[in-house]
Design a protein around this ligand. Structure first.
Ligand code: ADP
Ligand code: MG
Length: 258
């Protein structure tokens, strides 16, 4: 059984008093330990898809089955639990600026009540090492971290309970290129060491191809093409995929070879 199965997902928003399908009939599969990129232009519905999967917003139709449970069955919206974690574009937003970094990191596990305080602290400090944060940062305020450091802390918090699926929504888009590369290396390591599955959301095709086995291309709320990353990028079938490839080529002056 797949780790994540998304079927016929739909979300309607109102725009200028008219109903508008932010996403429509979205189907996705992620196997255990697999990394799927969801790519597409800004506004095409990537975050809406992620937010419905993570139970941050309610779908209007369709189902999400995670780790054998149909999570869309529950009427009440609440985060899925320790096995599904998410990181966002602006990590500062998800920390209380008055908290110390270690407090922020421990929060990821505290609510699940599976570790006592001693274990929790030890795990958090191990996470610091794993994500490449100096341990001397443990007791500074989260507001004092740089963007890259803060994203490392957000990843530490997300992986402290070793989730089965990590959703990354434009998690490196706000970082400069060097820091972005370091974070991608870390995510690669995470995938390799812990067999963590990922839904990696980005508008950046080279990033998607650096990390992900499979790719799904979204356009106007629908998945228009999907397959193995190499295959899709080498032989794109849909115009929107070609557009995304061309926009990258122009940035890299045509020399970049996926
Ligand atoms: N809370 C909301 N209320 C109304 N419209 C929304 C809301 N969230 C997203 N949208 C609209 O839904 C569409 C998809 O948005 P989003 O999923 O954020 O796209 P992406 O992440 O691909 O940039 C956009 O047209 C956006 O304006
Ligand atoms: Mg988005």
């Amino acid at each position: 059984m797949a780790l994540l199965e998304v079927s016929g997902l739909k979300k309607v928003f109102k725009k200028n008093k008219k109903n508008y399908n932010a996403i429509n009939n979205v189907n996705l599969l992620i196997e255990k330990g697999e990394c799927l990129a969801l790519v597409g232009e800004s506004g095409c519905g990537k975050s809406t898809t992620a937010n419905v999967i993570a139970r941050l917003i309610k779908e209007d139709a369709g189902t999400v089955t995670f780790d054998g449970n149909e999570i869309t069955k529950q009427r009440r919206l609440k985060p899925v639990g320790k096995d599904l974690q998410m990181i966002f574009q602006n990590p500062q937003d998800s920390f209380d600026p008055r908290d110390t970094v270690i407090e922020g990191v421990m929060q990821g596990a505290r609510s699940y009540g599976i570790f006592n305080n001693g274990e929790l602290k030890e795990r958090a400090l191990n996470m610091f090492e794993y994500v490449g944060l100096k341990k001397s940062y443990a007791y500074v305020k989260t507001s004092e971290l740089s963007g890259g450091e803060c994203q490392r802390a957000a990843i530490a918090r997300a992986i402290i309970c070793e989730p089965k699926l990590l959703i990354c929504d434009e998690a490196t888009s706000a970082l400069d290129v060097l820091v972005q590369a370091q974070i991608i290396d870390m995510l690669k390591r995470l995938k390799r060491d812990k067999q963590m599955a990922m839904l990696f959301i980005t508008h950046d095709l080279p990033l998607a191809s650096a990390l992900c086995d499979k790719i799904a291309v979204m356009d106007h709320g629908e998945i228009v093409e999907e397959g193995k990353t190499r295959q899709v990028l080498k032989f794109p079938k849909h115009q929107q995929t070609r557009n995304l490839i061309v926009s990258v080529r122009s940035v890299y002056d045509g020399t970049e070879n996926f």
